[in-house]
Write a protein that binds this ligand. Structure first.
Ligand code: MTE
Length: 315
């Protein structure tokens, strides 16, 4: 399956959406609607689902055309250390995560702090389907059809004050549900953060689904970030807290290995990880390695945010 790449203005959904995705999307809508009836809690708004658009941010450059990574890999080869450090652990163990009911605390420099039920948080937003590459710092990558809404919309909803320069995200901390947290492989809870302009960039996505379905637990249900120009570890899963801050927050991987994992973590083939090269990557499901692209191929949309910064220092 080849995904044609173009700009929003050039594209009609029917020109680029493979039939199977249309079908899966309908299933997603049905499933989510059914779910809300069954569980009466995750009532993701039907009207918002119906307003799904296809990826407005794909590129014209045919060298960036990508085939979707098979769903079986997307849901079985994961990093989610809260369930173990092996790639197979999240799919095997994330069933213990209870994602319904779910609430998200909004705190810090904003006019609308509070504890929000997931459905209240997502209700105002129209969902879109976006095909984004996810490139892990471990030099593998996937191409995934995500479903979500722009992080910028959620930020506007919370009305940050003029002091808000960063946004910090926190994953659930509950070793009973997340048995990997019984081991101190990382300093729990998992925390990630963005500069405000990065968070407001139209590419930054709050994901609630993939491949036409509600997010599987191992992929970060019920709410995660997807930042396609940054190494995968910035795309934090199972978010329970969003905090606006004036100062740069401390982030989990940066604390764990400051020389290896920078705050910015932009995909950059020119800045090697101290223990391995970042110039190439293995697309999961493929044999041959391919060249890693600057900002994972999204330079046109994001490079301006880092102009003038020394990216070897600010890695
Ligand atoms: N979020 C949490 N809470 N815990 C994690 O261990 N791993 C990160 C990121 N988000 C991680 C996380 C890393 S290293 C990657 S590569 C991506 O999730 C993997 O996302 P995927 O499993 O959906 O492909």
């Amino acid at each position: 399956m080849l995904i044609k790449i173009g700009k929003k203005s050039d594209l009609k959904e029917s020109e680029v959406t493979p039939q199977s995705l249309f079908d899966q999307r309908r299933q997603f809508i049905k499933k989510a609607a059914g779910y809300s009836v069954a569980a009466a809690t995750l009532s993701l708004p039907f009207s918002a689902m119906a307003a799904l658009n296809l990826n407005p941010f794909q590129k014209e450059n045919s060298s960036l055309s990508d085939e979707l990574t098979a769903r079986k890999h997307v849901v079985s080869y994961n990093n989610f250390y809260e369930f173990g450090t092996d790639k197979k652990d999240p799919a095997a163990h994330a069933g213990s995560l209870k994602t319904d009911p779910w609430s998200v605390t909004v705190a810090g420099e904003c006019a609308k702090p509070g504890v929000y039920a997931l459905e209240d948080l997502v209700k105002p937003h129209a969902f879109e389907e976006r095909i984004y590459r996810l490139r892990c710092v471990e030099a593998w990558s996937m191409v995934i059809p995500w479903i979500g809404f722009p992080l910028a919309d959620l930020i506007k909803q919370m009305q940050p004050t003029s002091k808000a320069r960063y946004v910090e995200f926190t994953t659930l901390h509950d070793p009973q549900q997340m048995p990997g947290q019984k081991r101190s492989v990382l300093d729990w809870p998992y925390i990630e953060a963005l500069r405000m302009d990065e968070a407001m960039n139209p590419l930054s996505l709050m994901a609630v689904g993939l491949y036409g379905e509600v997010l599987p637990n191992q992929n970060g249900a019920p709410l995660r970030l997807v930042l396609p120009w940054k190494y995968g570890f910035k795309s934090i899963k199972s978010i329970v807290k969003i905090r606006f801050s004036e100062t740069q927050p401390r982030t989990t991987w940066n604390l764990s290995g400051p020389g290896e994992y920078g705050f910015y973590a932009n995909v950059n083939p020119e800045v090697d990880h101290p223990r391995w090269s970042q110039s190439r990557e293995r697309r999961i499901g493929e044999f041959r390695k391919r060249k890693t692209q600057m900002f994972n191929g999204y330079a046109e949309e994001v490079a301006h945010m880092y102009r003038g910064m020394n990216l070897k220092r600010n890695f």
